[in-house]
Design a protein around this ligand. Structure first.
Ligand SMILES: Nc1ncnc2c1ncn2[C@@H]1O[C@H](COP(=O)(O)OP(=O)(O)OP(=O)(O)O)[C@@H](O)[C@H]1O
Ligand SMILES: [Mg+2]
Length: 257
């Protein structure tokens, strides 16, 4: 157990890939209900940090706590069941399925009905299906995707596709949500919509850990920002503190500035 005032705590996490130190003794604490952003130059270790927390691979050393419970050595599906959702830097949606099907797939991985029971269509399975359908439709409505529920994802604008991926994560009712570059590749209008969507998710009381290169978005909506460079935390603070931090400026622009 650990101090559970924080929804997430990383303590001295390190990870190397071969000879490369991708994360070096990283520690941070995330307060509930905030938008906590992680920024840093390409290759700084942002996605690796998310992958370590969500169980994609184990850290080399260190500890991670979610609501006071140890996360180390949990598998990705266990992490998801504990209440942590995520989206991926390289969008992961089933392009040939509809919007609704994409969201339902996520909920099916969480359902209790095994394959055989599904084939037999027991009353329990039918009830579960109904709940899954309801949760899916609520989530689609929340993300303004309800009018597109029956459309194939492949034909949708990229901004909608990104929201489908978020919908799949949200339908599982996470208390902590990781968004890895949610506005990369979006146009200005889509970026504004995504910004509103992220704020709406925070209003629900869900804690968000946001990784982004779009500094307008980061500075506009983050409650607190952590900066990584070469796998190490070099700064943490409000957007104003981060923008004026010489170490951060140097990491982004090089020493000559
Ligand atoms: N599975 C892996 N195997 C080997 N090296 C990896 C692996 N994942 C990441 N790395 C390396 O670790 C470092 C950190 O990568 P990471 O993807 O975490 O960076 P990032 O901060 O997310 O960058 P970007 O902003 O470009 O997405 C990079 O040097 C990367 O090449
Ligand atoms: Mg990344």
């Amino acid at each position: 157990m650990s101090n559970s005032n924080y929804i997430l705590e990383l303590k001295d996490i390190s990870k190397n890939f071969g000879g490369l130190q991708a994360i070096n003794r990283l520690s941070f604490q995330v307060e509930k209900g905030l938008i906590f952003s992680i920024i840093g130059p390409n290759g700084a270790g942002k996605t690796t940090a998310i992958n370590l927390i969500t169980g994609i691979y184990p850290p080399g050393s260190g500890d991670i706590f979610f609501e006071g419970q140890k996360l180390i050595r949990k598998r990705p599906y266990q992490v998801a069941h504990m209440g942590i959702g995520r989206t991926f830097q390289n969008i992961q949606v089933f392009r040939n399925m509809t919007v609704r099907e994409n969201v339902m797939v996520g909920l099916h991985t969480k359902s209790h009905s095994g394959f055989l029971k599904c084939l037999l269509q027991t009353p329990m399975v039918r009830k579960e299906e109904k709940i899954i359908r309801q949760k899916t439709d609520e989530t689609l409505k929340f993300l303004d995707l309800d009018s597109k529920a029956d459309l194939r994802v492949a034909g949708l604008p990229y901004g909608d596709q990104k929201r489908v991926e978020i919908a799949r994560a949200l339908a599982m009712e996470p208390r902590l949500l990781f968004l890895d570059e949610p506005v990369a590749g979006l146009n200005l209008q889509e970026t504004k919509e995504m910004s509103r969507t992220i704020l709406k998710i925070r209003e629900k009381g869900i804690t968000i850990i946001l990784v982004e290169h779009d500094m307008n978005l980061i500075m506009g909506i983050s409650n607190i920002i952590t900066v990584l460079n070469y796998g190490e935390k070099i700064a943490e603070g409000s957007s104003k503190e981060i923008q004026n931090n010489p170490k951060v400026i140097e990491a982004y622009l090089g020493k000559e500035f």
